[in-house]
Design a protein. Structure first.
Lengths: 381, 93, 479
């Protein structure tokens, strides 16, 4: 049976959608995410929802109001855990800034973050709309491909959805080069286990006749800093709707509208989310807009151009998905803002909208529309 | 970051922080500011901003009205409603 | 010392579309049940994505063309953030970086002469909801029907200097936007709203005084009163030091005839504009641009001159060109009947009388103008009596589908090829029954003939060419 689990970021009409936040505890949507409608039509059965960090904003998934999931002393990504345990054939996930990719890498699973716009975001909790995509985690590339095929395609309800003609053209332009480039600048700060995975995957490719070369691309290493700005600003704006007025959590402690707003938000939002909101807000202030937010938008283009140039003669850029394959409780709890550092590895694909595949604990970022080719590579790992 | 900048930011975003949280956020901002400063190394002099990563343009729909959702359903989870309205404490204008 | 007032206006106009700007809810919110035109997006629920209503861009462009603006061929949408209960997402999607139209001009004329008011820009945006404060004590009721109804905001340069000029400017804007059929522009319905930015300085000075912004004026008259009040307040503050002027937003209370400073918090915010990642840039290609350009109507002055050339009096030409609906009625009916002067007579008498009786504005005129022209032709040709034509016209106001000739025939109002014998029979009967009138007429009393004529017409139920009847009647009396 095609049993799948979904991140608690997809709106469902038959169960609540909380986005891991007290703010939306018990909130049930009046409409369903487009991807779920498509998956059901393709005979997938939704077995349940998996926990996420609050509003998916935390790459490690630790800030879930309903409790972080630990496997022993190791932080676990619930969607990946459900696939690994065999509870579900695949997990449909919200890749806001790479949490599912990191989770898949930790568990030796395969994950696809498709090209931005190939899968409808209609009915997903919006966080960082300019880069977030619906993704998949599965045991192997074939299952990933099946789920992706069932849910991908144009949706007129999502203004950023790619028209079929553009997708067909884009796919036709992808040619196989049998070459992968390792970005040395992205190895910064990785532990031995991660470096070991990179070496192992390199060997595996070489054995299969794929040339692996090392290149410097310093610009890509700035993706994390730039994406943190864009993501936080969009997040700040997207979660401003949760104010205790229309639905969701309302404080009991108010005498006027400002107290209603402030106390509802203060009581319902976690500490990490609050920091992200405040930082995002500040990047957009009149004083900072030009030198922070607008700068990040321009850096985004430089990074995208740079990666496109590298990808012009290779199939994928090989890089880690995280600095470590797993995170201990001590590490996570010792650095509240660790997710903002770990974004370094997942941000290149998030900020550019390029597709990425996780396999063998490493990350392959490809040309737009090269999902098939990336999954082919994943099969070799 | 100055404390009064943080105070203004909290007002603007309808949040309040404990003193410890304020210290944390100030440290967080310091880290982020350092990150942001690194971006200055990238020359963006003649680079256009990139808001949308895919070149889709002019996504428009026909001007047709429909009403598939009922007020009752929309207000089912509302903290406070009255006579078909959402309610908030009296707003002074 | 003499002072001059410097005024710039921000005019919000609701566009007359069927649906809202980013979702498919009905845009006709005026008078509807609270929250009956809302969807999850309108009440700030997560998950729906904005898709731009094409007609909003059509109308934004057309408004820009009416106001002599340059059209931005790539126009984009941005988010503006602030908290207020009428704003369900705590952000408004508007145009900050690349508004649809820029650098325009509106020409006005007042007792002070002609003047060009520069338009800084026109941007498209979504309206906010409505707050109701008087249902119960201590509670504000929120209605999101108006949320996301499309608006254009027309921002003028500070080129206006009096209440009279502001009135002329607003009337002109209203006429032009109604001409373009993009908006109702009814201040009483809130489909046209105006914020006034005003400062005062010594005449001849090139330094601007402290500027205040006034909101909440619900009619042009209220705007004029608010400007007079605010100007006096500024001058008093400058001359007598009655208060210290500060840059602020003030609320006009028309009943009290005073303006009050609004809560400072709402205006002190930083709106943190940024480009909306969910709305792709709208590129106006040549085909789209030309289609809209071609739909832009002639300006009122052009029509007036054309009408005068057709032989209308200046007065009538002015009256007709006041409204695009009257213009269309006049032009289409004239084309159908070939007699513009007759058409204008019918419009200024019958049409205006019926509109008045039905308490309809010119903009509500919904006649089939070609059929109206046909009705005039039939009447001029003597196929329908003038009295009956009025009845038919009245019926045509209620039912656009009425075809005058068929309607006249079905209601025995059509004057066929009347045979003289039938008329003669009736005339003889009338003449025989009223010898006194016949004698009176023969003795020189002209009025007696009219009495006989009237009786005949009544017998004929009006279905007779008056000229034909008069000839037969005279023949009969005179033997």
């Amino acid at each position: 049976m095609n049993k799948i689990v979904i991140d608690d970021m997809f709106l469902t009409t038959d169960m609540p959608t909380t986005a891991g936040s007290k703010m939306l505890e018990g909130y049930t949507s009046l409409f369903e995410a487009e991807v779920l409608t498509r998956l059901k039509a393709a005979d997938y059965v939704i077995a349940g929802k998996t926990k996420v960090g609050e509003f998916g904003a935390d790459l490690l998934g630790e800030t879930c109001y309903f409790g972080a999931e630990y496997e022993g002393e190791t932080l676990q990504y619930p969607a990946a855990a459900a696939v690994k345990s065999g509870d579900a054939k695949a997990a449909v996930v919200m890749d806001v800034n790479g949490a599912p990719r990191r989770g898949a890498a930790q568990n030796g699973l395969v994950s696809l973050k498709p090209t931005y716009g190939r899968v409808s975001r209609y009915g997903t909790i919006p966080v960082a709309c300019s880069g977030e995509t619906v993704g998949v985690i599965a045991n192997n590339a074939a299952d990933c491909r099946d789920v992706f095929t069932a849910m991908a395609g144009y949706d007129s309800k999502d203004g950023t959805s790619l028209p079929e003609s553009m997708t067909e053209q884009g796919k036709a332009a992808v040619t196989k080069k049998n070459k992968v480039v390792v970005l040395s600048s992205m190895l910064k700060g990785t532990d031995e286990a991660v470096q070991g995975r990179i070496a192992a995957v390199t060997d595996q490719f070489t054995k299969n006749g794929i040339e692996v070369v090392v290149a410097d691309a310093d610009v890509v290493a700035y993706a994390g800093a730039a994406w943190n700005i864009l993501m936080s600003a969009e997040l700040c704006n997207n979660v401003s709707r949760y104010d205790g007025v229309k639905y969701g959590y309302r404080t009991k402690n108010y005498t006027n509208i400002d107290e209603l707003y402030t106390n509802s938000r203060t009581e319902a939002f976690g500490e990490f989310l609050k920091s992200a909101i405040l930082f995002g807000s500040e990047t957009l202030s009149t004083e900072n807009y030009k030198k922070v937010y607008d700068k990040a938008l321009r850096v985004r283009r430089v990074i995208r151009d740079n990666m496109a140039a590298l990808l012009a003669d290779c199939d994928a850029l090989l890089m880690p998905a995280a600095s470590a394959l797993a995170y201990s409780r001590t590490l996570v709890e010792g650095d509240k803002y660790l997710p903002y550092k770990e974004n370094f590895f997942t941000a290149p694909a998030s900020i550019t909208g390029l597709p990425a595949v996780i396999a063998g604990g490493v990350q392959l970022v490809g040309n737009a529309f090269s999902e098939d080719l990336l999954l082919d590579l994943a099969e070799l790992v | 970051m100055e404390r009064d900048v943080l105070r203004r930011l909290c007002l603007l975003n309808q949040l309040s922080l404990t003193e410890t949280q304020k210290d944390d956020v100030i440290n967080f901002f310091a880290e982020r500011d350092a990150d942001t400063a690194t971006l200055e190394a990238i020359d963006t002099e003649n680079v256009e901003r990139m808001v949308h990563v895919m070149p889709v343009l002019t996504v428009v729909r026909e001007d047709k009205a429909s009403q598939p959702f009922s007020r009752e359903d929309l207000q089912a989870g509302a903290p406070e409603t009255d006579e078909g309205y959402w309610c908030v404490p009296r707003v002074l204008e | 010392m003499k002072y001059e007032t410097v005024i710039g206006l921000e005019v919000h106009v609701e566009l007359a579309t069927e649906s809202k700007i980013f979702c498919s809810c009905s845009a006709h919110s005026f008078g509807a049940d609270p929250n009956s035109h809302v969807c999850p997006a309108c009440c700030g629920m997560p998950g729906m994505l904005p898709v731009v209503n094409r007609r909003v861009v059509d109308f934004g462009m057309k408004a820009g063309m009416m106001l002599n603006c340059d059209i931005n061929r790539v126009t984009t949408f941005d988010k503006k953030s602030y908290y207020y209960p009428d704003l369900p997402g705590a952000y408004q999607t508007t145009q900050w970086f690349a508004p649809v139209a820029v650098n325009g001009r509106v020409d006005i004329e007042t007792s002070a002469g002609k003047k060009s008011v520069r338009i800084k820009q026109i941007h498209m945006e979504e309206d906010a909801g409505k707050l109701v404060h008087d249902i119960s004590e201590g509670t504000t009721h929120v209605d999101f029907n108006r949320t996301s109804v499309p608006l254009i905001e027309i921002v003028s340069q500070p080129d206006l200097s009096s209440a009279e000029e502001v009135e002329a400017y607003l009337v002109r804007l209203r006429t032009l936007l109604r001409y373009a059929k993009v908006a109702e522009c009814e201040m009483a319905h809130g489909t046209m709203r105006c914020d006034v930015n005003l400062s005062v300085r010594p005449e001849g000075s090139d330094v601007l005084g402290v500027r205040t912004e006034m909101k909440n004026m619900n009619s042009i008259e209220a705007i004029k009163r608010a400007i007079e009040y605010e100007t006096a307040r500024h001058i008093n503050a400058i001359e007598n030091g009655t208060e210290v002027l500060v840059q602020e937003t003030r609320r006009w209370d028309d009943a009290k005839g005073k303006s009050y400073a609004m809560r400072s918090k709402e205006t002190a915010g930083d709106y943190r504009y940024f480009p909306d990642p969910n709305v792709m840039p709208v590129v106006i290609d040549d085909v789209w641009y030309e289609t809209i350009k071609n739909s832009v109507p002639e300006f009122p002055e052009v029509k007036r001159e054309k009408y005068i050339a057709l032989g209308l009096t200046e007065y009538d030409a002015e009256r007709i060109s006041e409204s695009i609906m009257l213009c269309e009625c006049f032009e289409e009916a004239s084309e159908a009947c070939g007699n513009p002067k007759e058409v204008v007579n019918w419009i200024t008498s019958d049409v205006m009388r019926i509109l008045n009786a039905k308490q309809m504005t010119y903009e509500m005129l919904n006649l089939d103008n070609k059929a109206f022209g046909k009705l005039i032709s039939l009447t001029l040709d003597g196929k329908i009596s003038r009295a009956n034509s009025k009845k038919i016209l009245s019926a045509m106001f209620d039912d656009r589908a009425i075809e005058p000739e068929a309607y006249a025939e079905a209601n025995n109002m059509l004057i066929g090829e009347q045979n003289d014998d039938l008329i003669l029979g009736i005339v003889k009967k009338v003449v025989e029954s009223d010898p006194k009138s016949v004698n009176d007429f023969k003795n020189g009393k002209e009025k007696a003939l009219m009495a006989l004529f009237g009786k005949c017409m009544k017998e004929l139920k009006g279905n007779c060419d008056p000229q034909q009847l008069k000839v037969i009647l005279l023949e009969c009396i005179n033997g």
